[in-house]
Design a protein around this ligand. Sequence first.
Ligand code: URA
Length: 295
Amino acid sequence: MADEFRQLLEATLRHLEALKEHGARFVPVSPQTLEALARPPALATSAQPAPQVSTPPMPIAPPPRQPRADTMTTPRPVDPVPSRTATPKAKALSELRERALACTRCPNLVKFRTQVVFGVGNPDAELMFVGEAPGADEDAQGEPFVGRAGQLLTKIIETMGLSRDRVYIGNILKCRPDMPASEPGNRKPTPEEMQTCIPWLLDQIEIIRPKVMVALGATAMEGLLGGKPAISHLRGRWHEFKGIPLMPTFHPSYVLRGNDIHKKRQVWEDMLQVMEKLGRPISAKQRNYFLKGGS
Ligand code: URA
């Protein structure tokens, strides 16, 4: 009996891993099933009712870290996250991910990295954010934008009425740029590193074909469109990348530096344009964030 239980457990785990690999972050589990799972194996194998599909969804991956305090309030996303376990885009992205995880094109980065940070979110997303490169937190967790800057990005996404599960987040570079052991922090990717890595991102964009893209910071713009742009000149205006409208804005880590309400408002105005382009509803409260009288 114990053997059967272990086999069943292993099969379930394999199934959940496969779902996770295809981008699923939640599975529906009934309260009865949860209760049964919490019991010791001998009891859990006795005749249990068949698992029922009901709410609430339970996370199968650690939920994204909670954002730190900020001045934005966070409306909960109202529309359900579309299923993305078996769509053609999910499959193509999963296959691409497998190949990217084994990439050894930059020997210095291969030596330094803990893991490749491929990207996260919905393969069928309408909105895609592109950042620069993983930092230490992302390198450790294998997910883009999970450190301080990531917490702010998550907050921005949620304030737009979306969630990390509904959008897609990727970086120009999939590995953390190497740093001397004695030096803290991160460095900007070199042009060669960006050129070497960009095919992964191009493939991600080609698969997802989002309706709108947001470039987070000057390096993201440099990686996508080339040149050495001043982000303060580029932001707030629509650009285009492979036929997809592209809105550049400040990188969240730049916004965190100085905690300047004017910068926050500028980023927010850029996101309002993105919401308009996506045809998303915008409340009066949302319009007024970071204005006098707004929250
Ligand atoms: N900054 C980025 O540009 N990307 C990340 O994934 C994290 C921080």
